[in-house]
Design a protein around this ligand. Structure first.
Ligand code: NAD
Length: 342
């Protein structure tokens, strides 16, 4: 049975580890959080991600450890501390990196008999297990053809569909990963700014966007009017691509414009709410996480709108999951009227 170590078994890593175990690999997950590792090993950990609890209960070849020596350690510096390996080891980096990082890392560990492959994932919170099983594309940034082919083989086992396997250099894959998210932020900002324009002009924003999205060259996904983009990945990757462009003396205007549109859209929505609601009227939000049902407030534009309105003296009522209500009470004491979804 082939053994695979997954270093960092947080939201993404745990799902990937369980997907690997499901198709017959022996998996050791490594994490610095000891309490969490214990919860995983005695199966008391519960996740909001679909399938995770069931997969964890059913896993007979998965164990978690805090000892990176069971696999290798934090991460690059410690890898080199283990000295030169007798058999070639394959390090696959899955987290998002700034372009150029993987080439540097590969150079650092190559003398110790390691290959490095970059394999970022395109997943959405709330659907991680299934997104890993049905990817549209698998991005493999390889420094070594054989190691890249091995990653493809592992994915072929995990996937329940036939994704496009995109092999390229690590630098290309790093740019490709953040550029993909930049395309999506651009699409969201496009839809929101056309929507804002239509509202300003008295036109039908929803019908316009629906018609634009019906063009198969464009597509309906993300071609909807709504809150600006947020969450842990979109804003960060969009900015990262702009910064990388600056570093390369190529100003990436798209990434900067997309960010600016997101800010202006928030202001537009704020002004509209001020005009639309009477001063004593309650403004209700049925969720303020960046995506409905996820447990994250990170860079949430709906939360930013709620905060702006409440600080402008408007009465804002938020209905959320109990864990989010608790967080909001902590972060914004007495700013909102809060209640929990039952
Ligand atoms: N969550 C997403 O939606 C998403 C989507 C695409 C890409 N990504 C990328 O995937 C990566 C992981 O994201 P996540 O959401 O799973 O993060 P996370 O914070 O849930 O998980 C990271 C885990 O790594 C552990 N860790 C930190 N340092 C460590 C070390 N030195 N050794 C071992 N374990 C260590 C942490 O304790 C944590 O459990 C990030 O780069 C993120 O940008 C995330």
């Amino acid at each position: 049975m082939e053994k695979i170590g997954v270093i960092g078994i947080g939201k993404l890593g745990l799902c990937f580890a369980l997907n690997l175990e499901r198709v017959g690999y022996e998996v050791v997950g490594v994490d610095v959080n000891e309490e969490y590792v214990n919860q995983l090993n005695n199966c008391t950990y519960t996740s909001l991600e679909p399938y995770v609890d069931d997969y964890l209960q059913a896993a007979s070849n998965f164990r978690a450890t805090t000892k990176l020596s069971d696999v290798i350690d934090r991460v690059l510096d410690k890898i080199t501390n283990f000295g030169e390996q007798q058999h070639t080891r394959h390090l696959v980096i899955s987290c998002t990196t700034m372009p150029g990082y993987c080439d540097q890392a590969a150079e650092q560990i190559a003398p110790y008999n390691y290959t490095l492959t970059y394999n970022p994932e395109f997943i959405a919170r709330g659907n991680i297990i299934e997104d890993q099983q049905y990817p549209d594309q698998v991005l493999i940034g390889e420094t070594d053809d054989k190691a890249g082919a091995h990653v493809e083989e592992i994915y072929s086992n995990i996937c329940r569909n036939k994704p496009a396997f995109c092999h390229m250099k690590p630098l290309s894959a790093e740019i490709c990963k953040i550029a993909t998210n930049c395309f999506l932020t651009t699409k969201i900002s496009f839809a929101n700014s056309i929507g804002d324009l239509a509202i300003q002009a008295g036109a039908e924003y929803d019908k316009i966007l629906d018609a634009i999205g019906s063009d198969t060259r464009i597509g309906k996904q993300y071609m909807k009017y709504g809150y600006g983009f947020g969450g842990p990945c979109f804003p960060r990757d969009n900015k990262a691509l702009g910064l990388y462009g600056d570093e390369q003396n190529y100003e990436l205007l798209l990434s900067k414009a997309t960010d600016e549109i997101n800010r202006r859209h928030l202001e537009f929505q704020f002004q509209r709410c001020l005009e639309h609601y009477g001063e004593d009227e309650i403004i209700e939000f049925d969720y303020v996480t960046f995506k409905k049902g996820t447990p994250s407030l990170e860079e949430s534009q709906q939360l930013a709108l709620a905060v702006k309105l409440a600080r402008a003296g408007r009465k804002v009522r938020i209905k959320e999951q109990p864990v989010i209500v608790e967080e909001l009470e902590k972060q914004y004491p007495r700013l909102f009227e809060l209640s929990s979804h039952s």
